[in-house]
Design a protein around this ligand. Structure first.
Ligand code: ADP
Ligand code: MG
Length: 590
């Protein structure tokens, strides 16, 4: 239905008149090319539309078509393994139809209309159901069986429920509520800007294990938590996000890529389908949804991609799953906001970003959480969100970084200096923090060992000590330090190099279980304890510095998971070597 007429086109922003009957955030189709756009401002009959496709060649006088519906995603079987653009158009199907260049105005549903899915009911005729109740399952991939839920704001008595193969649009059940009958399908549609409802939000109490030592041991994120990874160009944001996508213990991964460089998303698109899920050996895509914005796509689509991604993640959370969302990089989204805001001639805030930058970023991260889902079975779902931020020059006073830090609970600070020294992951152990550390203490006690957290604190104290000692060394040299302080430098170096440093590209080193993390750190701290005693007994620091066992400690991280006992054995070797050193000492004195 033709609604209005274009009066002005300014890049991704189109202004149309005659739009009286439309609403904010309605989707419209712009011009005969039917470019997809969303109304982001309404003033009387003038609508400002952010267009998710290239507006080149579109001009005043052309029509705008209303749809009467807000920007929405399709939820149901078929999401997993998909690679979508920001408005949930499947990129692989677009490519089949239109070649490498996305044809503008092409409209393809997010979920395949022809594919049949095997639906297995778990409820029967006559059962009473409320919204969120699980009525059956669909095995979607070899790794994931999804639950089919009664949609929000629906409930009643099941009048009919079918067992068999269905497309997403066929009726699988009929629910009767008083005199109204509602047909339930595998497909649900949900407006992306509206968070999906749940019963109650709870604080995260379980660690989202990443297998990355500096993250899990020092700055852990909880399942349902939020984290941000700011860092300058080349400091390792994308590698961290990829590591998380591969290793994090979530059932579903939603990866939102807002490419920094043109080829970066291409890398993701080529690389992800090749990756194997390390636990099952199956392709990683079998539990992943990819949303890709290459940097040559129109800026407005970045905003859509962020909302589309988080809504898809909420849908899996609602089933009671643990879902992790990675967004790389949210700075690209913020830049799109800045551009659109500038074209709307809004009053600019800090560095030209709109005044609502903070509110928008907050509303994205606030959709994370551990929740009691809708439904009568009291299941819990967890949605964790990890966003990369790429401030110009790595400057942490950047408005996007600051706005993000105000909402997220974990800060993984990537530093140029560390990346330059090839200390990867280049996460600063002095500046990063996790506000979940205290609430996860019990988790580590119960799931690893009682002294996991204690060891972490000791190690962190040593690292902080080291930083202070380096200040002194800079002024007066190492020799001015006491032997005890020199030992602290020695042990801290070992914590940094043998524990914190982790090579994403090494077969064994790429992932470390919590148990192995515990033993690796324990061995280093045991070395510290024992050598400190040795110093007190008169063994010179020079003998400690040249201990052979140090080499074994350095290589311990390459010991595979199924040989962890070999790490424990290093503690005996420390004892043995110290015993032989002190025998030598006694001999020399005699
Ligand atoms: P950014 O996204 O911040 O621009 P990248 O994630 O692309 O940076 O990382 C840049 C480079 O740093 C990588 O190509 C890789 O060589 C190196 N690097 C980063 N993290 C690691 C890691 N954990 N292990 C090994 N190398 C890494
Ligand atoms: Mg990157």
């Amino acid at each position: 239905m033709i609604e209005g007429k274009i009066v002005r086109v300014s890049g991704p922003l189109v202004v149309a008149e005659g739009m009286l009957s439309t609403r904010m955030y309605d989707v419209v189709h712009v011009s005969e090319k039917r470019l997809m756009g969303e109304i982001i401002e309404l003033k009387e009959d003038l609508a400002s539309i952010q267009v998710y496709e290239d507006t080149e060649g579109v001009g005043p006088g052309e029509p705008v078509y209303a749809t009467g519906i807000p920007l929405s995603v399709e939820l149901g079987p078929g999401l997993i393994e998909s690679i979508y653009d920001g408005t949930q158009r499947p990129l692989n199907i677009i490519r089949e139809k239109a070649g490498d260049n996305i044809t503008r105005g092409i409209s393809i549903p997010g979920l395949d209309r022809k594919k049949k899915w095997r639906f297995k009911p778990t409820k029967k005729k006559g059962d009473a159901v409320v919204s969120g109740d699980i009525i059956g399952t669909v095995k979607e991939t070899s790794l994931v069986t999804i639950k089919i839920m009664v949609p929000p704001e629906t409930g009643g008595t099941i009048e009919k429920i079918n067992d068999g193969d269905f497309t997403v649009e066929e009726t699988i059940a009929v629910i009767k509520d008083r005199n109204e009958k509602k047909e339930i399908k595998l497909l649900q549609v949900w407006p992306v800007r509206v968070p999906r409802p749940f019963k109650k939000k709870l604080s995260p109490l379980e660690a989202l294990v990443t297998g990355q030592r500096v993250l899990d041991t020092f700055f852990p994120i909880g399942k349902g938590g939020t984290a941000c990874v700011p860092g300058p160009f080349g400091s390792g944001k994308t590698i961290i996000q990829h590591q998380l996508a591969k290793w994090v213990d979530a059932e579903i991964i939603v990866y939102i890529g807002c490419g920094e460089r043109g080829n970066e998303m291409t890398d993701v698109l080529l690389e992800f389908p090749e990756l194997k899920d390390p636990r099952s050996g199956e392709p990683l895509m079998k539990r992943t949804v990819l949303i890709a914005n290459t940097s040559n796509m129109p800026v407005a689509a970045r905003e859509a991609s962020v909302y589309t991604g988080i809504t898809i993640a909420e849908y899996f959370r609602d089933m009671g799953m643990s879902v992790a969302v990675m967004a790389d990089s949210t700075s690209r989204w913020a830049e799109a906001m800045r551009e659109i805001s500038g074209r709307l001639e809004e009053m600019p805030g800090e560095e030209g970003y709109p005044a609502y930058l903070g509110a928008k970023i907050a509303s994205f991260y606030e959709r994370a959480g551990r929740v009691i889902c809708l439904g009568s079975d009291k299941r819990e779902g967890m949605l964790s969100v990890i966003g990369a931020v790429s401030p110009p020059g790595g400057d942490l006073s950047d408005p996007v970084v600051q706005a993000t830090l105000r909402v997220v609970k974990v800060f993984w600070s990537l530093e140029d200096k560390l990346a330059a020294m090839r200390h990867f992951p280049a996460i600063s152990w002095l500046n990063s923090y996790s506000l979940y550390s205290d609430s996860l203490e019990n988790y580590f006690k119960e799931n690893v060992t009682t002294d996991f957290v204690k060891n972490e604190r000791t190690a962190m104290m040593l690292l902080q000590n080291e930083a202070e000692l380096w200040e002194i060394v800079r002024l007066v040299g190492v020799d001015a330090l006491s032997e005890k302080d020199q030992l602290i430098l020695e042990v801290s170096r070992s914590i940094r190099e043998d524990f914190l440093h982790q090579n994403a590209f090494h077969d064994v080193d790429t992932y470390t279980s919590l148990k192995k993390q515990y033993f690796l750190l324990k061995v280093i701290l045991y070395f510290y304890e024992r050598t400190k005693e040795a110093l007190e007994e008169g063994i010179p620091i020079s003998s400690i510095k040249s201990m052979k066992v140090k080499d074994r400690i350095a290589r311990a991280k390459y010991i595979p998971e199924n040989e962890i006992v070999k790490i424990e054995e290093i503690m005996n070797e420390i004892d043995e070597e110290l015993t032989s050193i002190s025998k030598e000492e006694i001999k020399m004195e005699a």
